[in-house]
Design a protein around this ligand. Structure first.
Ligand SMILES: NC(=O)c1ccc[n+]([C@@H]2O[C@H](COP(=O)([O-])OP(=O)(O)OC[C@H]3O[C@@H](n4cnc5c(N)ncnc54)[C@H](OP(=O)(O)O)[C@@H]3O)[C@@H](O)[C@H]2O)c1
Length: 256
Protein backbone atom coordinates (compact mmCIF):
# COMPACT_ATOMS: atom_id res chain seq x y z
CA UNK A 1 0.00 0.00 0.00
CA UNK A 2 1.19 3.51 -0.80
CA UNK A 3 1.91 5.75 2.15
CA UNK A 4 -0.16 8.87 2.69
CA UNK A 5 1.96 11.93 2.08
CA UNK A 6 1.21 14.58 4.69
CA UNK A 7 2.48 18.16 4.39
CA UNK A 8 2.76 20.07 7.68
CA UNK A 9 3.13 23.86 7.49
CA UNK A 10 5.28 24.51 10.54
CA UNK A 11 7.49 27.00 12.31
CA UNK A 12 6.15 26.17 15.78
CA UNK A 13 7.11 23.70 18.50
CA UNK A 14 3.73 22.00 18.05
CA UNK A 15 4.43 21.42 14.34
CA UNK A 16 7.73 19.79 15.24
CA UNK A 17 6.10 17.53 17.85
CA UNK A 18 3.30 16.65 15.45
CA UNK A 19 5.83 15.80 12.72
CA UNK A 20 7.57 13.45 15.14
CA UNK A 21 4.33 11.70 16.06
CA UNK A 22 2.99 11.33 12.50
CA UNK A 23 6.43 10.57 11.05
CA UNK A 24 6.72 7.45 13.18
CA UNK A 25 3.46 6.04 11.74
CA UNK A 26 4.21 3.37 9.13
CA UNK A 27 1.41 4.49 6.79
CA UNK A 28 2.41 8.16 6.68
CA UNK A 29 5.23 9.96 4.88
CA UNK A 30 5.57 13.42 6.39
CA UNK A 31 7.18 16.57 5.03
CA UNK A 32 7.52 19.66 7.19
CA UNK A 33 7.54 23.08 5.55
CA UNK A 34 9.33 26.08 7.07
CA UNK A 35 9.25 29.67 5.86
CA UNK A 36 13.01 29.98 6.39
CA UNK A 37 12.87 33.00 8.72
CA UNK A 38 15.30 31.75 11.39
CA UNK A 39 18.99 31.49 10.58
CA UNK A 40 19.57 28.25 12.56
CA UNK A 41 16.28 26.40 12.88
CA UNK A 42 16.14 23.56 15.40
CA UNK A 43 16.52 20.01 14.03
CA UNK A 44 13.30 18.43 12.83
CA UNK A 45 12.28 14.77 13.04
CA UNK A 46 11.12 14.46 9.39
CA UNK A 47 12.30 15.71 5.95
CA UNK A 48 12.03 19.51 5.69
CA UNK A 49 11.46 21.86 2.77
CA UNK A 50 12.21 25.55 3.22
CA UNK A 51 10.82 28.76 1.69
CA UNK A 52 7.57 30.20 0.38
CA UNK A 53 5.47 28.39 -2.23
CA UNK A 54 4.50 31.50 -4.21
CA UNK A 55 1.10 32.27 -2.67
CA UNK A 56 -1.99 30.07 -2.57
CA UNK A 57 -1.58 29.18 -6.26
CA UNK A 58 1.97 27.98 -5.69
CA UNK A 59 0.92 25.93 -2.67
CA UNK A 60 -1.95 24.36 -4.64
CA UNK A 61 0.51 23.40 -7.39
CA UNK A 62 2.87 21.89 -4.81
CA UNK A 63 0.06 19.84 -3.23
CA UNK A 64 -0.85 18.34 -6.59
CA UNK A 65 2.71 17.81 -7.84
CA UNK A 66 3.79 16.05 -4.64
CA UNK A 67 0.61 13.95 -4.35
CA UNK A 68 -0.18 15.32 -0.89
CA UNK A 69 -3.15 13.53 0.69
CA UNK A 70 -3.51 15.80 3.74
CA UNK A 71 -2.39 19.35 4.51
CA UNK A 72 -1.91 20.38 8.14
CA UNK A 73 -1.61 24.06 9.02
CA UNK A 74 0.39 24.07 12.24
CA UNK A 75 1.78 27.59 11.78
CA UNK A 76 1.88 30.25 14.47
CA UNK A 77 -1.51 31.89 15.16
CA UNK A 78 -0.07 35.26 14.02
CA UNK A 79 1.07 33.82 10.67
CA UNK A 80 -2.27 34.67 9.09
CA UNK A 81 -1.17 34.92 5.46
CA UNK A 82 0.04 31.33 5.17
CA UNK A 83 -3.12 30.10 6.96
CA UNK A 84 -5.32 31.90 4.43
CA UNK A 85 -3.17 30.55 1.60
CA UNK A 86 -3.48 27.02 3.04
CA UNK A 87 -7.29 27.25 3.13
CA UNK A 88 -7.47 28.50 -0.46
CA UNK A 89 -4.87 26.07 -1.82
CA UNK A 90 -6.46 23.04 -0.14
CA UNK A 91 -9.80 23.92 -1.69
CA UNK A 92 -8.25 24.51 -5.09
CA UNK A 93 -6.27 21.25 -5.05
CA UNK A 94 -9.08 19.19 -3.47
CA UNK A 95 -6.86 18.18 -0.53
CA UNK A 96 -8.27 17.93 3.02
CA UNK A 97 -6.95 20.50 5.49
CA UNK A 98 -6.69 20.36 9.28
CA UNK A 99 -5.35 23.21 11.42
CA UNK A 100 -3.54 22.86 14.74
CA UNK A 101 -4.36 26.03 16.65
CA UNK A 102 -3.17 26.38 20.21
CA UNK A 103 -5.81 28.11 22.33
CA UNK A 104 -5.25 31.80 23.12
CA UNK A 105 -4.19 32.74 26.67
CA UNK A 106 -7.01 33.94 28.90
CA UNK A 107 -6.70 36.60 31.57
CA UNK A 108 -6.48 35.18 35.10
CA UNK A 109 -7.03 36.88 38.45
CA UNK A 110 -4.20 39.32 39.06
CA UNK A 111 -3.40 39.89 35.39
CA UNK A 112 -3.17 43.51 34.25
CA UNK A 113 -3.65 43.25 30.49
CA UNK A 114 -4.28 46.10 28.10
CA UNK A 115 -5.72 44.61 24.91
CA UNK A 116 -4.72 46.00 21.52
CA UNK A 117 -5.17 44.89 17.91
CA UNK A 118 -1.71 45.52 16.46
CA UNK A 119 1.90 46.39 17.23
CA UNK A 120 1.19 50.04 16.34
CA UNK A 121 -1.74 49.94 18.81
CA UNK A 122 0.64 48.60 21.47
CA UNK A 123 3.06 51.48 20.86
CA UNK A 124 0.17 53.96 21.27
CA UNK A 125 -0.96 52.64 24.64
CA UNK A 126 2.56 52.81 26.08
CA UNK A 127 1.87 56.55 26.31
CA UNK A 128 4.07 59.65 26.41
CA UNK A 129 5.78 59.06 29.74
CA UNK A 130 9.08 57.15 29.44
CA UNK A 131 8.72 53.52 30.52
CA UNK A 132 10.89 50.42 30.68
CA UNK A 133 9.40 48.05 28.14
CA UNK A 134 10.14 44.40 27.44
CA UNK A 135 9.29 43.56 23.84
CA UNK A 136 8.86 39.90 22.97
CA UNK A 137 7.88 40.01 19.28
CA UNK A 138 9.43 38.77 16.05
CA UNK A 139 12.38 40.85 14.90
CA UNK A 140 10.53 41.87 11.70
CA UNK A 141 7.75 43.50 13.72
CA UNK A 142 9.66 46.05 15.73
CA UNK A 143 9.68 49.10 13.43
CA UNK A 144 6.56 50.76 14.99
CA UNK A 145 8.51 51.23 18.27
CA UNK A 146 10.69 53.81 16.52
CA UNK A 147 7.69 56.14 16.83
CA UNK A 148 8.14 56.05 20.63
CA UNK A 149 11.85 56.74 21.26
CA UNK A 150 11.19 58.05 24.82
CA UNK A 151 10.98 54.51 26.24
CA UNK A 152 13.80 52.15 27.26
CA UNK A 153 13.47 48.83 25.48
CA UNK A 154 14.57 45.31 26.31
CA UNK A 155 14.12 43.34 23.11
CA UNK A 156 14.30 39.57 22.97
CA UNK A 157 14.48 37.68 19.68
CA UNK A 158 15.78 34.41 18.24
CA UNK A 159 17.97 36.09 15.61
CA UNK A 160 19.74 39.47 15.89
CA UNK A 161 17.70 42.60 15.12
CA UNK A 162 19.55 43.96 12.06
CA UNK A 163 19.73 46.91 11.74
CA UNK A 164 19.08 47.78 15.37
CA UNK A 165 15.98 49.78 16.23
CA UNK A 166 16.29 53.56 15.71
CA UNK A 167 15.73 54.46 19.38
CA UNK A 168 18.36 55.78 21.84
CA UNK A 169 17.88 53.16 24.57
CA UNK A 170 17.45 49.55 23.48
CA UNK A 171 19.08 46.42 24.83
CA UNK A 172 18.95 43.15 22.94
CA UNK A 173 18.79 39.58 24.18
CA UNK A 174 19.09 36.60 21.86
CA UNK A 175 17.23 33.56 23.17
CA UNK A 176 14.96 30.78 22.02
CA UNK A 177 12.17 29.48 24.28
CA UNK A 178 10.79 27.75 26.22
CA UNK A 179 11.13 30.30 29.02
CA UNK A 180 10.38 29.40 32.65
CA UNK A 181 8.41 31.74 34.93
CA UNK A 182 11.20 31.98 37.53
CA UNK A 183 13.80 33.00 34.91
CA UNK A 184 11.40 35.52 33.39
CA UNK A 185 10.72 37.01 36.81
CA UNK A 186 14.44 37.42 37.39
CA UNK A 187 14.91 39.05 33.97
CA UNK A 188 12.03 41.49 34.52
CA UNK A 189 13.25 42.50 37.96
CA UNK A 190 16.92 42.77 36.97
CA UNK A 191 15.97 45.14 34.15
CA UNK A 192 13.37 47.07 36.20
CA UNK A 193 10.77 46.42 33.48
CA UNK A 194 7.37 48.01 34.08
CA UNK A 195 5.46 46.83 31.02
CA UNK A 196 5.65 43.87 28.59
CA UNK A 197 4.44 43.91 24.99
CA UNK A 198 3.40 40.42 23.89
CA UNK A 199 1.30 38.69 21.27
CA UNK A 200 -1.42 36.41 22.50
CA UNK A 201 0.48 33.44 21.10
CA UNK A 202 -0.95 30.84 23.46
CA UNK A 203 0.93 27.68 24.45
CA UNK A 204 3.28 26.98 27.33
CA UNK A 205 6.69 27.90 25.87
CA UNK A 206 6.13 31.68 25.94
CA UNK A 207 3.74 31.85 28.92
CA UNK A 208 6.48 32.28 31.56
CA UNK A 209 6.67 36.04 31.07
CA UNK A 210 2.89 36.39 31.40
CA UNK A 211 2.86 34.45 34.67
CA UNK A 212 5.90 36.42 35.88
CA UNK A 213 4.19 39.73 35.04
CA UNK A 214 1.16 38.61 37.09
CA UNK A 215 3.38 37.72 40.05
CA UNK A 216 5.11 41.11 39.88
CA UNK A 217 1.91 43.09 39.21
CA UNK A 218 3.21 44.38 35.85
CA UNK A 219 1.10 45.55 32.95
CA UNK A 220 1.06 43.41 29.80
CA UNK A 221 0.07 45.05 26.52
CA UNK A 222 -1.47 42.04 24.80
CA UNK A 223 -1.83 42.00 21.03
CA UNK A 224 -4.94 40.08 19.95
CA UNK A 225 -4.77 37.38 17.30
CA UNK A 226 -5.54 38.10 13.67
CA UNK A 227 -8.64 36.56 12.06
CA UNK A 228 -7.92 33.07 10.70
CA UNK A 229 -9.87 31.00 8.17
CA UNK A 230 -12.58 28.74 9.51
CA UNK A 231 -11.24 25.19 8.98
CA UNK A 232 -11.49 21.96 11.02
CA UNK A 233 -8.96 22.35 13.79
CA UNK A 234 -7.50 20.77 16.90
CA UNK A 235 -6.08 22.61 19.89
CA UNK A 236 -3.24 20.23 20.70
CA UNK A 237 -0.85 17.75 19.10
CA UNK A 238 -2.81 14.82 20.60
CA UNK A 239 -6.09 16.08 19.23
CA UNK A 240 -4.60 16.64 15.78
CA UNK A 241 -3.05 13.15 15.67
CA UNK A 242 -6.50 11.70 16.43
CA UNK A 243 -8.08 13.81 13.69
CA UNK A 244 -5.45 12.69 11.18
CA UNK A 245 -5.89 9.00 12.05
CA UNK A 246 -9.65 9.38 11.85
CA UNK A 247 -9.41 10.98 8.44
CA UNK A 248 -6.77 8.73 6.89
CA UNK A 249 -7.34 5.32 8.50
CA UNK A 250 -10.47 4.45 6.48
CA UNK A 251 -8.56 5.23 3.27
CA UNK A 252 -5.65 3.05 4.41
CA UNK A 253 -8.01 0.13 5.13
CA UNK A 254 -9.40 0.40 1.61
CA UNK A 255 -5.83 0.40 0.26
CA UNK A 256 -6.27 3.91 -1.22
N1 LIG B 1 4.17 35.47 13.04
C1 LIG B 1 4.61 35.03 14.19
O1 LIG B 1 4.41 35.64 15.25
C2 LIG B 1 5.41 33.76 14.27
C3 LIG B 1 5.92 33.34 15.51
C4 LIG B 1 6.63 32.12 15.59
C5 LIG B 1 6.80 31.37 14.46
N2 LIG B 1 6.30 31.81 13.27
C6 LIG B 1 6.48 30.97 12.08
O2 LIG B 1 7.27 31.68 11.15
C7 LIG B 1 6.81 31.48 9.82
C8 LIG B 1 6.56 32.80 9.13
O3 LIG B 1 5.60 33.56 9.84
P1 LIG B 1 4.95 34.86 9.21
O4 LIG B 1 4.12 35.51 10.25
O5 LIG B 1 5.98 35.62 8.47
O6 LIG B 1 3.96 34.16 8.14
P2 LIG B 1 2.89 34.80 7.16
O7 LIG B 1 2.95 36.30 7.21
O8 LIG B 1 1.58 34.17 7.42
O9 LIG B 1 3.40 34.27 5.75
C9 LIG B 1 4.10 35.07 4.82
C10 LIG B 1 4.62 34.17 3.72
O10 LIG B 1 5.68 33.35 4.20
C11 LIG B 1 5.62 32.07 3.59
N3 LIG B 1 5.41 31.08 4.67
C12 LIG B 1 4.92 31.27 5.93
N4 LIG B 1 4.94 30.14 6.64
C13 LIG B 1 5.43 29.19 5.81
C14 LIG B 1 5.72 27.81 5.96
N5 LIG B 1 5.50 27.17 7.13
N6 LIG B 1 6.24 27.14 4.89
C15 LIG B 1 6.48 27.77 3.72
N7 LIG B 1 6.25 29.09 3.53
C16 LIG B 1 5.74 29.78 4.55
C17 LIG B 1 4.48 32.12 2.61
O11 LIG B 1 5.06 32.56 1.39
P3 LIG B 1 4.41 32.18 -0.05
O12 LIG B 1 3.19 33.02 -0.17
O13 LIG B 1 5.49 32.50 -1.02
O14 LIG B 1 4.08 30.70 0.01
C18 LIG B 1 3.59 33.20 3.20
O15 LIG B 1 2.73 33.80 2.26
C19 LIG B 1 5.55 30.61 9.92
O16 LIG B 1 5.87 29.33 9.46
C20 LIG B 1 5.17 30.64 11.39
O17 LIG B 1 4.62 29.41 11.83
C21 LIG B 1 5.62 32.99 13.16
Amino acid sequence: MMKHHILILGGTSEARALAGRLGSHEDYAVTLSLAGRTANPVAQPVPVRVGGFGGAEGLARYLKAEGISLLIDATHPFAAQISHNAAQAAKQAGVPLIALRRPAWQQAAGDRWTLVGSVAGAVDVLGEKPRRVMVALGRQELAPFEAAPQHSYLIRSVDPVEPPLGVPDAQYILARGPFEEADEKWLLEANRIDVIVSKNSGGAAAYGKIAAARALGLEVVMIARPALPDVPSGGSVDETVMQVDHLLAPLAKRGV
